[in-house]
Design a protein around this ligand. Sequence first.
Ligand code: PFF
Length: 449
Amino acid sequence: MATSRGEFSSRIGFIMAAAGSAVGLGNIWGFPTQTASNGGAAFVFVYLILAFCLAYPAFMAELLIGRYGQANAVTSLQKMSRTKGHKQFAFIVGFGGVVCAALILSFYGIIAGWMMSYAIEPVAHFIGAGNSAEWVVSQSLTRNILFTACFMFLTIFVIRRGVEDGIEKWSKRLMPLLIGLLILLIGYVFTLEGASEGLNAYLNPDFSRVLDPGLLISAMGQAFFSLSLGTSVMVIYGSYISKKENLVSLGAQVTLIDVSIAFLAGLLIIPAMYVAQAQGVAIFADDGSLISGSGLVFAVLPALFDTMGSMGLMVGFAFFVLMSVAALTSSISMLEGPVSYVVERHNIERKKATTFIGILIFFMSVGIISQLGVMLDFVATLATEYGQPIIAMLCCVFVGWIWHRNDILKEIQSGNEKVEHSIFWKIWPWYTKFVCPTAIAIVFIHSLR
Ligand code: PFF
């Protein structure tokens, strides 16, 4: 059965695909700006702790659910269920994750479309099409719909090809491109005036803020969003991993790559902002904080590229290609969640299911675009601040309280026979049962206040 539904052909294939899902706009845009507005290295420090102590155990729970079930999130969770009540609970958690992935894709696709449009702008300038260059970065309805459609087309194109030929092949091509572009851009920005001041701001910790509740909430939200938790995505990716692989170390490697790329992105974005300041671009908002959010990516950075003359065209192009690639390796995972659900539960052929769901999500995006000011924030908050933590917490509850400990051990042992005597097995089950759900619930309740 495993082969007929697809499987990653190699360990590196899984690592690239899962790291591709994890590394996205959240790392390259979200992490640096959160760092900037939350006390610099103090945020990095808290983020690292939460990523490894809270997000990694929850990530392992989702991977294990999938590899045990060898199926989409709902079916996998139902395989562990022993009573009718468990089965209903499994449906709510699994289907909730699928809906969450679809919601995230509906707004992520719009932002990714903007990234693509900003990558085209320097090209249009270069070939002398000034009017088109202006149009592609204008906030018009047609431009938003057109670029969202282009991005969704690429996502559908990859997912229609399945696990090995689509997700794995493209992640293996795009991830090295992403890392290469990131390092090149960092190297270039470091040669410019103002970069060292930015580096200082990034790496200089303000430890008085480490226990600030706002900082803790932001760091946890960022870690969960970054590891794509609570969306059924890591469950389905887990189901494509061979039983011969050591899941504990695979999960740790993906977490490490995710965290490292977020850190690298900080080395690019924060120094770039200070370089922009040295060129006379305003980088602080009225309240004295660093400009973050869309103002940073679509105003401060383009203003910096403008000051670089013709070199700026190339740098701007490379930067927005980097953003688009990061978004694509994540969006394919978001589409795979709902597609695998429909293919396996409703027996619909993959290509048809992909096109149908892709178009459906595109229409959801058009709905958001038509009321952009209100809807974008609303859907993003609903999916990432409510949906993801709640579903991730329920997955931990499922593993900790419903799944039999012996069955869990058997699943982890495949590909890792000695795990029973490892520190992982001494801590993780207890951690997933008590610490993760409680910590997520506390942070979540706090964020509601
Ligand atoms: N991890 C991605 C990022 O950091 O941009 C976002 C993401 C991907 C969220 C996949 C949810 C998901 F299912």
